[in-house]
Design a protein around this ligand. Structure first.
Ligand code: PPS
Length: 570
């Protein structure tokens, strides 16, 4: 394993054995307990191994965790704003002792690294959320991840890298920190300003990066995140093809494009600091920080989680300590009379400004509407249109949820026939009973099993949607957080319509078509939804149907009209 001194003075700690040592460790690791890394953990591990997370040498132990959560510093005082933790199940943790080694494997079973376990503990996740992200609101993606998805036990310790995670995509654009530092040195780039992004870049971004590079008298590194970004973002394959097209509009000798395998947390100001530290490790001297850097959007109260310029303020406090200078930027807007872009704070009152927000841009893509030349380059738009066809060409999922006997299956069946009559798209019905027979026959009705059942339905519906088909799902799906996860799985692939069949419990019980309510009341069936198990009614479904007020035919029509309004059918 190597420690290099960067041209800019930062210490780079790579954690990777040479081939011979790696072969020996691979053999020994056969006897270690194996942990299958999650997508996020694999990204973090790659960043530890390639030195992008220097000075980290592994996943956080308890001491570093505590100080980072509360004070943004490792226990030795080094500035580090975001916890890098390895979360595992209680079952796995019970097989591990401090001082032992575990094999960290990718989803294909390849040994990536070995962790020497120094700490095992159960974190207080709410405290972590509050301190690191400033909120416990699960509309914040990192908080949702932490509270609903991350495993309950953390393992800490140094890692020994065996094999770098391999990427089959865009190999020519992937560089480790060491490779980038060497490239900059070779090319005589003494000052490099990095541009962080998780979105496609348009003319405003090009203008902004140009100006920033000029201002800093530096070369430009376009350094987009391709690990994990905000759920619902445009996939990195499409984005990278766009960046490649955009790169042709920069002078070849002054600008480079390289991909960053980081798993973002959307942690706003703290994340911005993290980005600066990471860019330092990659050999950059400057970082562009715009409005809402790494911002996660709005919380449940409708207000943004962080102030527009909080990230800039925090970085300005610590940039000296990190050794990366911030190039702060205002939002760029198009000024009609100048036929060009300007920072918003330089625009005079009399000037007419044109702007297309991210939401409006997505709407135009979805509806196949015009995207003007002043906003983006035609090659970039063309590329995005390929992977983001207008809504009427996309697949979608209609996800019914409601109590047993509420009428979900009846409406779902009516809808199925309507779609078949319309033709044009393949349709699949994933009814609750059907799924439990073919997909989830081994599952019962505990919370854990219900969640698994719903996630399986979500997975299948997502695949159908991605392939341009229609999936109709009709499970009870009693838990809001799990339904949200299904929405997050499916939305990037196409349409998602949540339909709450709101027939009240008394009516469902009175109907009792399958005689299950009587059995549940008698205690013969346990954990019965509505009787002895919870049902969390959706707060913001696309549609609510009360079967007391309409026939199945009418209900199916309501769904069709909604889909038409949203543009998924014509
Ligand atoms: S869940 O919660 O979404 O996983 O449930 P789901 O897969 O839709 O299965 C619900 C059907 O299973 C029957 N059933 C029960 N429902 C609720 N609670 C308990 N304990 C239970 N035991 C069996 C019931 O027939 C449900 O069918 P529907 O079509 O909803 O009436």
């Amino acid at each position: 394993m190597t420690v290099l001194i960067s041209p800019h003075g930062g210490m780079l700690k790579e954690r990777l054995l040479d081939e011979k040592e790696a072969e020996m460790l691979k053999k020994r690791a056969r006897d270690f307990p194996s942990w299958d890394l999650t997508e996020r953990q694999l990204c973090d591990l790659e960043m530890i191994m390639n030195g992008g997370f220097s000075p980290l040498e592994g996943f956080f132990g308890k001491a570093d965790y505590n100080t980072v959560v509360r004070d943004m510093r490792l226990s030795d005082g080094t500035l580090w704003p975001i916890p890098v933790t390895l979360d595992v199940t209680e079952e796995f943790a019970s097989k591990v002792a401090t001082g032992s080694s575990i094999a960290l494997r990718n989803p294909e079973g390849i040994l990536i690294a070995v962790l020497n376990v120094s700490d095992i503990w159960k974190p207080d996740k709410e405290t972590e959320a509050k301190f690191v992200y400033g909120t416990k609101d699960i509309l914040h993606p990192a908080v949702e991840f932490l509270l609903n998805r991350a495993n309950p036990v953390y393992l800490g310790g140094e890692i020994t890298g065996v094999e770098m995670p391999f990427h089959y995509d865009f190999g020519h654009l992937r560089n480790t920190p060491r490779e980038l530092r060497e490239k900059f040195k070779r090319q005589g780039w003494h000052k490099v300003v990095a541009f962080q992004t998780r979105n496609p870049m348009h003319r405003a971004h090009q203008e902004l990066t140009f100006r920033a590079a000029k201002l800093a008298e530096a070369n430009l590194l376009i350094h987009p995140v391709v690990g994990m970004t905000k759920p619902g973002d445009i996939d990195h394959y499409s984005r990278v093809r766009c960046y490649e097209k955009l790169l042709k509009h920069y002078p070849e000798q002054t600008t480079a494009l390289s991909l960053l395998p980081l798993a973002m947390r959307m942690g706003g100001p703290r994340e911005a600091l993290w980005h600066a530290i990471i860019r330092k490790n990659y050999g950059c001297t400057h970082l562009i920080v715009g409005r809402d850097h790494a911002g996660p959007g709005n919380g449940s109260n409708g207000k943004p989680f962080y102030g527009h310029y909080d990230a800039q303020e925090l970085i300005s406090k610590y940039q000296g300590e990190i050794g990366v200078e911030m190039v702060p930027f205002q939002m760029m807007v198009y000024v009609k009379e100048k036929a060009g872009y300007m920072p918003v704070d330089e625009v005079e009152d009399r000037m007419e400004v044109l702007d297309i927000s991210g939401t409006e841009f997505r709407r135009r893509l979805q509806e196949g509407l015009e995207i003007p030349d002043w906003f983006s380059f035609s090659e970039v738009v063309e590329e995005l249109r390929k992977t983001h066809p207008p809504r009427q060409k996309q697949g979608f999922t209609v996800f019914f949820t409601g109590l047993s006997g509420s009428g979900k299956s009846t409406i779902a069946n009516a809808l199925l026939v309507k779609f078949l009559e319309m033709g044009g798209k393949a349709v699949t019905l994933l009814d609750g009973d059907l799924v439990r027979k073919h997909l989830s026959s081994e599952l019962g009705f505990s919370k854990e099993h219900r969640d698994l059942n719903i996630l399986r339905i979500g997975f299948v519906a997502g695949e159908i949607t991605k392939a341009g088909g229609i999936a109709i799902c009709a499970p009870i799906a009693p838990y809001a957080a799990t339904r949200k996860r299904v929405r997050d799985i499916i939305s990037p692939a196409g349409g998602f319509l949540e339909v709450y069949v709101s027939t009240p419990l008394e009516i469902c019980e009175e109907r009792d078509r399958k005689g299950l309510y009587a059995k549940a009341r008698a205690g013969i069936i346990k954990e019965f939804t509505g009787i002895s198990d919870p049902y969390e009614a959706p707060e913001n479904p696309e549609l609510v149907i009360d079967t007391r007020q309409c026939s199945p035919e009418e209900a199916a029509q309501m769904v069709l009209l909604k889909l038409e309004k949203l543009g998924f059918i014509r």
